[in-house]
Write a protein that binds this ligand. Structure first.
Ligand code: SF4
Length: 249
């Protein structure tokens, strides 16, 4: 049986947020409407940001109305999505996704979810074609819905695991909720989205899939997975933990 993380582990999260924000200052961007955010998340899944943004821009130029994208043939859409990871699958899924939203809601928009609880909205979204827990969380957090819910993709989940923000061996689908159980009670949507953005930068810069560069990481002294370079014990107010070798995700 997995033991829950200690209360002391929660105390690191404000410090982690401050350090990530100092290392990679968050950009204050205007939030998109939830359907635009949902479509962008599906396009950008597992794809480098620059490629995903370019593909999404091409797509919006070519299909200014959602009904245009809904009715597009996958083989044509595939060209618009060139460069995107799993483009073939996404070219099939995107029109189906929009059709499913219209079938279930009657309109091609998701603003109605603003009147729903976060749990109910998430359940509704995750029943749509191609929408997993990462995409539903991002839609609810990054869009104008601004729900206090954490997005974790495969990369940021790696950092969360190494930092000990989740239980060892927990399935991917449980990770965002486990981190959310440990964030300060006064955190709101902005803090949570800044945490995601910082973890994303962290994984791109230091917390690589292979060998992490723990010696350069701003969270080194807070991380139980940091490579044993300077000391065998991590000390942080209220936390004492034995360092473990860096674990792979
Ligand atoms: S100290 Fe190392 S394992 Fe921990 S978050 Fe930083 S890079 Fe990742």
């Amino acid at each position: 049986m997995q033991m829950p993380l200690s209360f002391a582990a929660d105390a690191r999260l404000p410090v982690i947020l401050d350090r990530l924000s100092a290392a990679w200052p968050p950009r204050e961007a205007q939030n998109a409407d939830p359907l635009s955010q949902l479509v962008f998340m599906l396009v950008s899944a597992d794809t480098p940001s620059a490629i995903a943004l370019a593909a999404h821009q091409r797509m919006r130029l070519r299909y200014p109305r959602w009904s245009d994208l809904r009715d597009e043939a996958p083989e044509v859409l595939l060209n618009v999505l060139r460069g995107v990871e799993r483009a073939v699958e996404k070219a099939v899924t995107l029109p189906r996704l929009l059709q499913a939203i219209e079938d279930r809601h009657g309109l091609l928009e998701l603003d109605f979810l603003g009147g729903w609880s976060t749990a109910a909205a998430r359940e509704w979204l995750e029943a749509l074609p191609g929408v997993d827990s990462t995409i539903s969380a991002a839609t609810l957090n990054f869009s104008t819905l601004r729900r206090t819910i954490l997005t974790l993709n495969n990369q940021t989940a790696r950092a969360a695991r190494r930092l000990g923000l989740v239980e060892k061996g927990a399935p991917m689908s449980a990770l965002d909720r486990q981190v959310m159980d440990r964030v300060p009670a006064d955190w709101q949507a902005r803090e949570v989205s800044v945490l995601y953005g910082g973890l994303r930068k962290l994984t791109e810069t230091y917390c690589h899939q292979g060998k992490p560069e723990c010696g350069r990481c701003p969270l080194n002294d807070l991380c139980p997975s940091a490579s044993a370079q300077s000391a065998s014990i991590i000390r942080f107010p209220g936390i004492t933990a034995t360092k473990q070798p860096a674990a792979s995700a």
